[in-house]
Design a protein around this ligand. Structure first.
Ligand SMILES: C[S@@+](CC[C@H](N)C(=O)[O-])C[C@H]1O[C@@H](n2cnc3c(N)ncnc32)[C@H](O)[C@@H]1O
Length: 430
């Protein structure tokens, strides 16, 4: 029996109880099967449109079905019908079988009736459902309200951008090859790719990166174009002592090391994630550079700092990740409204502690992958307000970058600098 719909539905329900989608897919049993890529596509796609799909199920049933597994399997089937242009009767038959198997045999009749009603009355159902904000935008209600009040002019395009597919963006490792050499190598292997930013390439259509030439020999990293702006904004120069305070998995640490011969401390509180920093340093042939990988809490420097001030500090702090939902649609449904203030408080504590580790004249770059003002501009303004020796410097972004102050606005398809939603604020110590 084809288990793809049931496994995707299982992963979705795990996300709703707080699991990350990557882990949820492993736990759902899809990880080891040949249908893994398909289950992944179903789970990602259904979560991207969950607000709409779940509202359709409720509208069809006239009330929420009692069993969440029934809702999840029906939502996966609706995703296939609306977004994958799958053959309707095959989708319905498989979903009905999956409901019988995963919910109970008696629920098969209801599943069959609801999906067939959708096939008959689709336009009217969609019209009714998209009249509500959650049905229209596919985000939790609190999230829509927050983006609306934070971005009164841009809120619709920010929400739309988060529901698009993200491009596959690479960063050439300029210690190994120039961006142009990498582009030629990728094109010779049949990949369409276009430059973005200083060292980036967008590969279309996206492919598993391990299948691209150069991955194993460290010719490139996978990194969004917005994230690729961190190292240039930090501006570390040869010989400087640099701290990457929240470093794992090392995307920005490795970029800093590719651009200059610095003495780098890559700090992170998560030991397991630090293993990935070491792997990336090795794969990119940067492990013979002056980099030390250190486990520690950025908000408690006494536990890991040797007291020698840093010339530059990158504080790429943990955040809601509200700017990268096009890559991680599970984030929309795992977060709670109260998480924003909790992240903001932790970020403020890190900023205050890290500032004490910065040399006079040194630069601290604060970064998040969020679009919420409380974690971004409000955080930066509050820090500048309470820190008398912090001088805020403007962040100059390259031409084509869609920004508002320090906020990179997430891109719609076709943007000249296709980027996730990032925020940067730069401070110099007087
Ligand atoms: C946005 S991610 C960093 C991404 C990384 N800079 C990159 O470009 O690959 C935030 C990181 O902060 C780490 N983190 C969370 N709390 C921390 C703390 N108190 N001190 C240091 N690192 C922390 C997390 O483990 C996570 O790896």
């Amino acid at each position: 029996m084809d288990e793809s719909q049931r496994q995707a539905a299982d992963a979705i329900l795990r996300v709703m109880s707080g699991e990350t989608l990557a882990r949820a897919l492993e736990l759902s049993g899809a990880g080891a099967t040949p249908a893994r890529a398909f289950v992944q596509e179903l789970a990602y796609g259904t979560l991207r449109h969950w607000g709409t799909l779940e509202a359709i199920v409720r509208a069809l049933a006239h009330k929420p079905p009692g069993d969440p597994r029934l809702t999840a399997i029906l939502a996966v089937a609706l995703y296939q019908l609306d977004h994958l242009r799958a053959e309707p009767h095959a989708v319905v038959d498989r979903a009905v079988a999956a409901v019988g198997d995963a919910v109970r045999p008696q629920a098969k009749g209801l599943a069959n009736a609801l999906l067939r009603r959708y096939l008959r009355e689709r336009d009217a159902v969609i019209e009714a459902v998209t009249a509500t904000p959650v049905g229209r935008w596919s985000y939790p209600r609190w999230w829509i309200s927050r983006v609306r009040s934070d971005w009164p002019r841009e809120w619709e395009r920010i929400l739309s951008a988060g529901n698009e597919h993200a491009p596959l963006t690479l960063r050439a490792n300029v210690r190994v090859n120039s961006r142009e050499e990498l582009r030629d190598r990728l094109r010779a292997a049949g990949n369409d790719c276009e430059p973005v930013g200083e060292a980036g390439l967008i590969v279309a259509p996206p492919r598993p990166v391990r299948e691209l030439p150069g991955y194993e020999d460290g010719a490139f990293s996978v990194q969004d174009a917005g994230a690729q702006l961190a190292a240039p904004l930090l501006g570390a120069r040869d010989g400087e002592r640099v701290l990457d305070a929240c470093a794992a998995p090392g995307g920005k640490s490795t970029h800093i090391l590719e651009r200059a011969d610095v003495d780098l401390v890559a700090l992170d509180s998560d030991e397991a994630r630090l293993a990935r920093v070491r792997e990336n340093l090795a794969r990119l042939s940067l492990d013979d550079r002056r980099a030390s990988v250190v486990a520690g809490d950025a908000a408690a420097s006494a536990t890991w700092w040797d007291g020698r001030a840093f010339d530059r500090i990158l504080a790429d702090v943990p955040c809601t990740a509200s700017g990268i939902v096009r890559r991680h649609p599970d984030v929309k449904w795992r977060r709670r409204a109260s998480d924003v203030a909790a992240f903001a408080a932790a970020q403020a504590a890190m900023l205050d502690a890290l500032w004490r580790c910065l040399a006079r004249g040194g630069t601290l770059l604060y970064a998040t992958c969020s679009v919420f003002v409380e974690e971004n501009e409000a955080q930066a303004a509050a820090f500048a307000g309470r820190t008398s020796d912090a001088l805020r410097e403007s962040c100059e972004f390259p031409a084509g970058v869609d920004s508002s102050g320090g906020q990179l606005l997430p891109s719609l398809p076709g943007a000249p600098h296709n980027q996730d939603g990032f925020f940067y604020a730069r401070f110099r110590k007087a």
